[in-house]
Design a binder for this molecule. Sequence first.
Ligand code: ASP
Length: 615
Amino acid sequence: MLRTHTCGELTIKNAGQTVTICGWLARSRDLGGMTFIDLRDRYGITQLVFNMDTNKELCEQARKLGREFVLKATGKVTERSSKNLKIPTGEIEIMIDALEILNESKTPPFTIEDDTDGGDELRMKYRYLDLRRNSVKHNLLQRHKTGQAVREYFDANGFADVETPFLIKSTPEGARDFVVPSRLNPGEFYALPQSPQTFKQLLMVSGFDRYYQIVRCFRDEDLRADRQPEFTQIDCEMSFVDQEDVMSMFEGMVKHVFKKVRGLELPKFSRMTYADAMKYYGVDKPDIRFEMKIVDLTLDPRASLPPLASGSVVQGEGGNSLVRGKGFKVYDDAELVGGICAKGCAEYTRKQLDELTEWVKRPQIGAGGLGYIKCNADGTLKSSFDKFFDEAALKKIAEKFSAKAGDLILILAGAEVKTRKALGELRLEMGNKLGLRDKNKFECLWVVDFPLLEWNEGEQRWFAMHHPFTSPHKEDIGLFNSLPFGQPKVASEAHGGGASPRANAYDIVINGVEVGGGSIRIHNKDLQQQMFKVLGLTKEETEQKFSFILNAFEFGAPPHGGIAFGFDRLCSMVINNEDYIRDYIAFPKNNSGRDVMLDSPSQIDEKQKKELGLK
Ligand code: ASP
């Protein structure tokens, strides 16, 4: 090794030793008689001292060094007179008597500090410099630790890590495929896997029993903060299990990871049906760190969402609406009138309410307006629709929310699905404003009983909500069998785009972020074929796309099920309790799917095109 120690390990215990360290020049200060250099490597920062009195030549050399020069320095570890107790090496410095410049550096395009002056695009272009910064470096090292914890858990539980191919055929996860032209088969293409879904199922048919893989997946989708065109999954599958077995195994994994990486003991995960999540939180991935549940004021049987076959269909609790028939047309006509109660916000000013109104009217939220009831400290009630509602009527509404003096009730009205979603967004916004989304708190939740299918009005057909290999809930198999498959129009009329059977599917949600999802699969050929039919695939299409798995199901497929976690997302949650995955990926792509460092995607040359048979 070129060094005896790293820049992060020398402490007062090493005082008196002669050491050699290597690293990058982070900062230097010239104080006349003395020059100080902070030398940085992956492990930390150590202060080097050059003294004009004892070694003039060396000190003058040190003064000329620029930022990010790579140095090798030798000297004696000495106790510092002014200590920096914020860093582990802050009690010592090294009195340098030999220095070697291992490499020079151009001045970096941005400062390599926690608080850098470099914008996003610039940092991505020079990502290798960005990765020298503490925050991103920390994230990647913690990501490594997270991966290790995952592997440790799976190994201890008998899971085998099996690799699956990247050059495959389309997998139906619902996104667009990335495709790769085949030179050896002109005019033909591979698809990159959106997930190893079918392979892991085939491994169960092979008898592997417990499989996992930390694996790259590719989906050609529009990008957001929590999405990348290539991302990593922790992909898992188990045989001879039911839903409870799978959930308990992977709850164990998440707990193990939090313990190993953060030293945190997570309590038992909560459970919620999809129907309740939509009803009370307006979203299928509720943040349950705080309550503020959505209250339905229409109490109208028409308000039935989501369309599930279970007993948990969302409905009003009778016909006695609290908002209809008061002469307020907006509420009379709306499919849903619902609200949330923001504790202690009755003092909101006109300006604050106007801002909130603007917020709900933004196209992303799409509400027509915002109604409110202020529950004043003196017990009186003041609403934005006082013209139509007397004090008694307002009181009834306030009671419905269990609102107390000092609270503010916020109300949205409109079409069912859209309004519920908007209420869910408003709930999160108010949660942010009130500091209820505590960064130090983790609330894990299983969302269960998802609908198996989703009706697409535009295409007039059913889509698999999870993917087509997900099995229908035992209790809803009758309903599944009765779906008029292969006749999409009829299905629309018969079901009004509603009434999907429930699925044996589950999502794992941490603080409102969906970190994983899976299902118990279909393992029977007939049922699988029927599923493809319901999804509107013709016999030929089924044959062409999925004959391999249907064939496999004829050779003794065991009952099986599994799950996949978004590894990038899990890391961002575990490490920093946030939902911005780019800072947890070494070389991510930007919002247009570009790698600005490589300048990719890019043109290929004519020769390559010709070889691939492309025009
Ligand atoms: N393959 C699924 C996905 O990528 C996960 C699973 O069902 O295991 O979402």
